[in-house]
Design a binder for this molecule. Structure first.
Ligand SMILES: NC(=O)c1ccc[n+]([C@@H]2O[C@H](COP(=O)([O-])OP(=O)(O)OC[C@H]3O[C@@H](n4cnc5c(N)ncnc54)[C@H](OP(=O)(O)O)[C@@H]3O)[C@@H](O)[C@H]2O)c1
Length: 236
């Protein structure tokens, strides 16, 4: 049995992580921005009772991260698997901005959620993570982060924010090696969620089954590797 923490669990991949970890008997801390209206998480809470603890968290806000940390640390002494999953594809009304239409609030919000929050949250929780069994920090990245595979123009902010997340993951992996904490950026594949779109080839169930298998298999030899849901190594 592991203690797992998952951000951005109201829907999509986060919700499916929660569902599958609970189904196999793990304990889960799950977060949602609008917790009151996160009806699927409340339904799981009725079924799994104290195995699932729910918290409100906007990962982009300093105060929200601090309050979340204080609330969790009152109830939990160690975290084995810390999954930075919350993410956005755009900070504005349009799905993708390219040259001629870029604006700073889009870029800043995408970076706040996708790149900066995973580092600051992991930093807050590091003592609890260090006390976990085979502790792992999993930063949900994207194949679109790869610089060497970039051949088409699409979502500047999103792609760059995930490339930054990959670098943060690599640096954290190097620094946390001495604490025996594994850190990887993990790509879920292209999945049918609000973010991935209805035309994506993978279901959330398939992607999460694959990612849980990868997370289970990780050892210190894997720290800092850029992997996907099938354990393929991706080019930076
Ligand atoms: N789907 C894909 O094909 C794909 C591919 C590569 C990588 N990814 C990555 O996978 C992760 C999950 O994405 P998804 O496909 O499941 O997307 P999704 O269905 O849109 O879910 C995103 C989740 O992130 C939460 N979130 C957004 N902004 C937040 C904030 N400021 N604070 C806290 N939570 C916030 C959302 O909560 P609300 O309900 O409050 O908005 C939601 O729970 C993301 O990091 C994404 O970049 C997805």
């Amino acid at each position: 049995m592991s203690q797992v923490l998952i951000t951005g669990a109201s829907k999509g991949l986060g919700l499916e992580f929660v569902t599958q970890y609970l189904a196999r008997g793990d304990h889960v801390i799950a977060t949602a921005r609008d917790l009151e209206n996160a009806s699927k998480l409340h339904a799981l809470n009725k079924k799994y009772l104290d195995k699932l603890k729910l918290f409100s968290l906007d990962v982009s806000k300093d105060q929200s991260r601090k309050e979340f940390f204080l609330s969790v640390s009152k109830k939990c002494k160690a975290i084995d698997i810390f999954i930075n999953n919350a993410g956005i594809r755009s900070g504005g009304d349009k799905d993708s901005y390219t040259l001629g239409e870029m604006y700073s609030e889009d870029i800043e919000q995408v970076f706040r959620v996708n790149s900066i929050a995973p580092v600051l949250l992991s930093e807050l929780f590091i003592d609890l993570i260090e006390k976990g069994k085979n502790p792992r920090i999993i930063n949900i990245t994207s194949g679109l982060a790869s610089l060497s595979k970039k051949t088409f123009v699409f979502r500047y902010s999103y792609c760059a924010s995930k490339t930054a997340l990959n670098m943060f993951s690599k640096l954290m992996a190097l620094e946390l090696k001495e604490k025996n904490i594994i850190v990887i950026p993990l790509h879920p594949g292209h999945v049918r969620t609000d973010l991935g779109g209805i035309g994506a080839p993978l279901s959330p169930q398939e992607s999460i089954q694959g990612m849980i298998k990868v997370i289970d298999s990780l050892s210190m030899d894997d720290t800092g590797r850029y992997l996907d849901w099938q354990r393929n190594e991706l080019p930076w």
